[in-house]
Design a protein around this ligand. Structure first.
Ligand code: SF4
Length: 373
């Protein structure tokens, strides 16, 4: 019998139960999801907080259990917001996020959602995509001189559930038509079938978070392996999509230099690196409240074998000289394979930017496209 790979297991992801907010079944996307999950028990609800309270009182690993409960809901606020990387002392890669979905079927040990969604841990998908598109259209039209870069991967993986909840069927044609906006789908997944079947790659950037395979095995439970991610990236590139990579979070395990050198080599041997839009670098960081959650949920983690100190934004990071060294080293590996590659630092301080690149982002013409929004 063939061994079931992680990706084929995930392609068959089925929630234990489907919760439907009253009235959502009328939305076309909800009907689509229901048709793809015919055997899953369903329950209608009016108030999500009651469901959450019920679950929290009966489960030990509430966050882990939440991933198996899929909630289809109607989002009532404004979808579009500025990237939360804008915080005191940080230089941000300055883009907009829309949260169509919350939580993730993967279970990375370092995932901030474990803390951030602690009170609301279910897998939630908003089905009123039409409202999002109206909102985006209005904003893009109102500011025709600005270039919008919009990401859907802040509180979820942008593609992991795309075979069940096909947001891309709505987003791709919409962004194809825009003259001042691009969509960034950020993922660790290999669920790219809808992308490959879509005829037009215009204004879409697909980006993969990458780490050495040893770190994926240790810290990124349930995710497709490095090669699967890179094969997906290559297929999207060949289809005409723009692609990027996030080396994020960089985790400084013993022997990290060699591990990241190998990662760079594998990436560059698998794809034409000169055709990649950018590589971003970001080191492991966490709010203090996340640490005990990680230790409880992932006792085998190696995340806390080094020292971390709080930065100006309150998050803990590796000490500044070590971060500097890591960025310089990995940037050097990348630049030795391509002089043309755009490399930027995500959620880092101005001092680190200056230390590693010799300039702040605003003084780098190549990077202006990412910051002049
Ligand atoms: S893929 Fe991203 S959102 Fe999903 S568990 Fe990992 S870190 Fe969290």
């Amino acid at each position: 019998m063939p061994i079931k790979t992680i990706s084929s297991a995930l392609a068959e992801y089925q929630p234990d139960i489907l919760f439907l907010e009253e009235g959502v079944s009328d939305y076309p996307l909800a009907q689509e999801v229901l048709s793809r999950l015919p055997g899953v028990p369903r329950q209608t609800f009016r108030d999500i907080s009651l469901l959450t309270e019920q679950m929290k009182s009966s489960q030990y690993d509430v966050f882990g259990e939440g991933k198996k409960r899929l909630v289809l809901s109607h989002f009532k606020g404004s979808f579009l917001k500025k990237c939360p990387g804008i915080s005191p002392g940080m230089v941000c890669c300055n883009y907009y996020v829309v949260n169509l979905s919350k939580n993730c079927v993967y279970d990375c040990s370092y995932c901030f959602l474990q803390d951030f969604l602690g009170n609301n841990p279910m897998q939630v998908a908003y089905v009123n995509v039409e409202n999002l598109l109206e909102e985006l259209e209005e904003v893009f039209t109102q500011y025709p001189d600005r270039n919008f870069r919009v990401g859907t991967g802040e509180l979820t993986d942008s593609l992991a559930l795309d075979s069940i909840i096909p947001y891309t069927a709505y987003l791709l044609p919409f962004f194809n038509r825009q003259s001042n906006a691009v969509l960034e789908l950020k993922t660790k997944s290999d669920q790219i079938e809808n992308l490959l079947n879509h005829p037009d790659p215009r204004n879409i950037i697909v980006s993969w978070s990458l780490n050495p395979q040893a770190i994926i095995d240790q810290e990124e439970k349930g995710t497709p392996g490095l090669i699967q991610r890179l094969e997906s990236a290559r297929a999207c590139l060949e289809k005409g999509y723009r692609i990027g990579f996030h080396f994020d979070p960089i985790i400084l395990i013993p022997g990290w230099e060699e591990a990241y050198q190998q990662l760079v080599n594998i990436v560059c041997d698998t794809l034409p690196i000169d055709q990649v839009e950018w590589v971003s670098l970001g080191s492991f960081r966490y709010r203090p409240s996340l640490k005990s959650i990680i230790k409880n949920r992932h006792p085998e983690t190696r995340l806390f074998t080094s020292e971390h100190l709080p930065s100006k934004d309150g998050k803990f990071r590796y000490l500044r000289p070590l971060r500097n060294q890591a960025y310089e080293t990995i940037r050097g590996y990348l630049m030795s394979r391509s002089q043309k590659l755009n490399i930027y630092l995500c959620m880092e301080t101005r001092e680190i930017w200056e230390g590693v690149t010799g300039k702040t982002p605003r003084s780098d013409k190549k990077l202006d496209q990412f910051f002049d929004l």
